[in-house]
Design a protein. Structure first.
Length: 466
């Protein structure tokens, strides 16, 4: 069992974000170049292994399927990184809990060692089958619209999707039982997956905390507060997304005791020298993007079939698997840890974001430079151009340009850095006894500050979902 202190270090230790820590510059560039490739291409990719080539484990292949299902869901409903991180965490947790039954020390997150099988049954084939059924059941619950496609994936892998046995003496029974426990626990973890929380309107993942923004889309009432941003819809009109999952601070984390356990201190406010300095610094980053920084943005925001930041970090985990030629045991533990770190990081980031009701650069630049022209990125090899406000495509770059300087102190609730910092530390070799067992805590309620003096942060990237 890994100590609580070490677990916390895994989760939120702040470190330099970059693929080079993990896979080296060459593979990081290769991953960025593959950003436009759909996860489906990975699912169907033929493999002709050689003596030096990595052979994908069953865990690796089922993660491919999970990432494809996530991309399909995002294409239907739009990118929802908080929701997506939870979806993938559920999948890798079900996978881990089923696998744990065939390990001599690892325990499941909910059933402990109750599914433990005797040494004679701890074969790779049994692990593969248990993982397949656990992953399939979890995916089926999260992505019911893809039921036929998921059943097809089971058949292609040689398994019967209709086998609902819960007999723990069989690998399919272990997988089905492990998944059922995780699914039942997560159905009422605060995410409102079923749309049945008190105060909800019956829509899955909808808010039930009655959040209302202080600022309307077309007027800045309080520049320290969050504001919805209108986007061109490509048809001559505009769309104004609301605050994504403002109730996410109520979601039960995996390893954190509660969502506000690592809430950062208050950010600088409008009127302070520090905030004005930071706004100008963000503008400077935006005006002087390097091709490398822009490529990072394009990779992390790779279109309508994106798997979100959680999915990207799991792709990096797969790169580690290839580099180290992992087998099924190493892959299960690695994916389990990375997926749950990402989920907890989003929960913690959204708690701070909601508590401080943080504003974004889009709002703050317009507050400080109302009616003035500011410099913005004009394209590769071109000098910064002066324009009124921030061009929509450029504003998307703000945060990732700033990340190159790791300005973490002011980033209250900005999930890209927090999630990245957590997963950076998690993608290291795990002890043979597996990842630590979860300690769950309801965390209690949250007292949201309503006063106009509540401090805010500037480090907010312009996105449809923040």
């Amino acid at each position: 069992m890994v100590s609580h202190r070490l677990l916390m270090a895994w989760m939120f230790a702040v470190a330099v974000i970059g693929a080079s820590f993990l896979v080296g510059v060459s593979e990081a560039r290769a991953l960025a170049g593959a950003g436009a490739m759909s996860p489906a291409q990975h699912v169907k990719q033929p493999a002709v292994p050689t003596t030096s080539e990595h052979i994908k484990s069953a865990a690796y292949e089922w993660l491919d399927i999970a990432l494809e299902a996530t991309a399909r869901e995002h294409e239907r409903h739009g990118p929802r990184p908080t929701v997506g991180s939870r979806m993938l965490a559920i999948v890798v947790t079900a996978m881990y809990d089923a696998w744990a039954a065939y390990d001599d020390k690892a325990v499941g997150t909910l059933l402990g060692d109750r599914l433990r099988r005797p040494p004679a049954e701890r074969t790779v084939d049994n692990k593969k089958k248990a993982i397949a059924y656990a992953t399939y059941r979890a995916l089926l619950d999260i992505f019911p619209e893809d039921a036929n496609w998921l059943a097809g994936q089971m058949r292609q892998n040689g398994f019967d999707p209709n086998d609902a046995s819960t007999d723990p003496s069989t690998p399919q029974g272990v997988g089905n039982t492990a998944a059922a426990a995780v699914i039942a626990y997560r159905h009422h973890d605060g995410a409102n997956q079923l749309g049945d929380e008190v105060g909800s309107k019956g829509v899955p993942y909808s808010d039930y905390t009655f959040y209302k923004p202080v600022n309307p889309p077309d007027k800045i009432i309080d520049p320290d507060c969050w504001q919805p941003i209108p986007f061109e819809d490509g048809k001559g009109g505009a769309v104004t997304p609301g605050y994504l999952t403002p109730h996410w601070y109520r979601v039960k984390p995996f390893a954190l005791k509660r969502s506000d356990q690592f809430r950062p201190p208050p950010p600088p406010k409008v009127g302070s020298e520090q905030l004005r300095k930071e706004v100008d610094e963000v503008l400077a980053f935006n005006a002087n993007l390097t091709p490398e920084q822009k490529a990072i943005v394009e990779f992390m925001r790779d279109g309508p079939r994106s798997t979100g930041q959680s999915g990207h970090w799991l792709r990096f985990a797969q790169a580690v698997s290839r580099r180290d030629k992992n087998g099924i045991d190493q892959d299960v533990k690695l994916f389990f840890a990375v997926g749950n770190v990402a989920m907890d990081a989003f929960i913690a980031a959204w708690e701070a974001k909601r508590f401080y009701d943080t504003s974004r650069p889009w709002t703050l630049v317009r507050h400080y430079y109302k009616g003035q022209k500011v410099e913005g990125w004009a394209g590769p090899g071109r000098r910064p151009a002066r324009r009124r406000g921030l061009a929509p495509i450029l504003a998307l770059q703000l945060h990732h340009a700033a990340v190159s300087r790791l300005r973490l102190r002011a980033q209250h609730g900005e999930c890209r850095v927090r999630e990245g910092a957590g997963t950076v530390h998690r993608q290291r070799p795990l002890r043979r006894d597996g990842a630590p067992q979860s300690r769950h805590d309801d965390g209690g309620g949250l007292c949201v500050r309503e006063d106009a003096d509540a401090p805010r942060s500037i480090t907010r990237r312009r996105e449809a979902y923040v």
